[in-house]
Design a protein around this ligand. Structure first.
Ligand code: ADP
Ligand code: GLC
Length: 469
């Protein structure tokens, strides 16, 4: 079975968040199952493209309005990722440094989807499944069926995965001029409330669609930023499949980004060394419990609550804990945290920016990982944390609900229900009690390191979906 994963992110080629981790790992596990899984993504000016060898497998053209763009499809020569990787380069449009944030983003994503389908049709490559990740590739299920130029691909099974329903890629109807020619009477499939909505199109036109956890899929039936009615209507095609983690990349025994390796057997000693390094680096006292946050400074992640959480948990416990934050995003949150760092430098440190290696060191060195998310479709941080023996403190939502059970109900993490500072601070105080119980902490660390969050089961669930009639 030949499966093409279409995505704008894939670790380690280009990563902004969890989408990259999933698209980087899932095909690897599917390959191990005997599936011919490949990844197709845009070309970016990133170190990976210079550090690896590529060959051009397609050189053609697409038209957008009156402009003709060259399309180059480059295959990575040695399958270094464990599967075939194809990069689509469109000089002048898909040849930039960053994944997101350009003024002509809608045009870029349309061009990427157009170019992929043009390449496959022109070369008569007919996949069994086109697996589309997030709205950036959400028009593909429509294009395959209703664009005359891709007749060769008509009927190919399409599966769409919603990693984040907050982002739908809506655009003005004028942008339809940038699309490859399509059956005009099918326009309604592109429309949602008077705009082109690629995520809605994916839900309408794909054969099956998934969300990255059962918990999140249930939430989408109630609230999907305006798409809930559509999701309910299409419920027969809807599935919740939890993400796994790449246990080869995320392994405290072998992780190349750690200074000190450890396993379940020597977790106490291993974590202590990693914590010591972190605390020295950030001027924190290693005797105190270390709480960490890693992530985008966005409302969904509850990042706007972080300043209050920091201030209150340090003041109300009279400095009985340390907090370390790694992230970036909303400038206002960044500035408030910077000011707090001056005020609370004894107990609070932060590092601004996207730092892959540092994130690994924090998962290893922290005692607790905070996730005060308002919305969390799956969340990978909590699973990475547990794999590294770090206890997650999470808001009970989406994928966090599916992966972290509270210690009070026989589980191994700390959950709280309401997405406010009060509950978050309360959970932190509960964690402090736990921290004082050395034996319980040791047992929990061992338990969470033993949990199975690997891709095995979920990769199989996807394959079952590909095979579904
Ligand atoms: P999302 O994709 O919504 O941001 P996930 O939990 O699915 O959330 O995935 C986040 C991924 O990005 C994890 O691999 C996490 O370690 C990583 N990450 C987030 N922020 C940073 C950062 N500032 N530096 C390094 N890694 C980060
Ligand atoms: C999105 C979600 C996150 C999920 C990731 C991978 O970025 O916000 O919760 O883990 O996709 O599916």
């Amino acid at each position: 079975m030949k499966v093409f994963h279409l995505s704008v992110e894939c670790f380690p080629v280009a990563k902004v968040g969890g989408l990259a981790d999933v698209v980087g790992a899932l095909p690897k596990y599917q390959t191990k199952m005997g599936i011919d899984a490949k990844v197709v993504m845009p070309w970016y000016n990133k170190p990976f493209v210079n550090e690896n060898e590529f060959e051009v497998v397609f050189d053609g053209f697409i038209h957008q309005i009156h402009h003709m763009y060259q399309v180059l499809v480059m295959k990575e020569k040695h399958n270094v990722l464990g599967y075939e990787l194809y990069l689509v380069k469109i000089p002048g449009l898909l040849d930039r440094d960053q994944v997101y944030g350009y003024f002509d983003e809608s045009q870029q994503f349309i061009a990427f989807q157009h170019a992929v389908l043009h390449w496959l049709s022109a070369m008569e490559i007919r996949p069994d499944v086109l697996h589309c990740h997030d709205y950036h590739t959400g028009l593909v299920p429509f294009m395959v069926e209703y664009c005359q130029d891709f007749d060769f691909l008509k009927g190919v099974k399409t599966v769409g995965t919603i990693h984040n329903g907050e982002y739908q890629g809506t655009m003005d109807w004028q942008m339809s001029n940038y699309m490859p020619r399509f059956d005009a009477w099918k326009w309604g499939l592109l429309d949602w409330n008077g705009r082109i909505n690629p995520l809605a199109t994916m839900i309408k036109c794909s054969h099956e669609f998934t969300a990255v956890s059962q918990g999140y899929m249930h939430e989408l039936f109630e609230d999907a930023q305006g798409l809930q009615d559509l999701i309910r209507q299409e419920h027969r095609k809807a599935h919740g499949i939890i993400n796994g983690i790449d246990t080869e990349v995320w392994n405290p025994m072998t992780d190349i980004m750690l200074n000190d390796h450890y396993s379940r057997e020597n977790v106490e000693e291993g974590k202590e060394k990693n914590k010591k390094w972190l605390c020295e680096e950030y001027g924190l006292n290693p005797e105190l419990p270390l709480f960490a946050f890693i992530g985008r400074f966005a409302g969904e992640k509850g990042a706007d609550m972080l300043p209050d959480i920091v201030r209150r948990s340090i003041s109300e416990t009279e400095g009985a804990l340390n907090i370390l934050i790694l992230g970036s995003g909303n400038p206002q949150i960044e500035n408030t945290l910077k000011q707090l760092q001056e005020e609370f430098h004894v107990n609070f440190a932060m590092d601004l920016g996207y730092k892959e290696a540092l994130s690994h060191k924090i998962y290893a060195g922290a005692d607790f990982l905070l996730m005060p998310s308002r919305v969390e479709p799956c969340g990978l941080n909590q699973m990475y944390a547990m794999r590294y023996g770090t206890i997650p403190i999470v808001r009970y939502t989406g994928g966090l609900k599916d992966t972290v059970t509270d210690i009070s109900s026989g589980g191994y993490g700390l959950n709280y229900t309401f997405p406010g500072t009060d509950d978050a601070v309360h959970a932190i105080k509960r964690a402090l009690y736990l921290y004082d119980d050395k034996e319980e902490m040791q047992n929990l660390r061992k338990t969470i390191m033993n949990l199975d969050f690997s891709w095995q089961k979920s990769a199989e669930n996807y394959v079952n979906l590909y095979r579904k009639n």
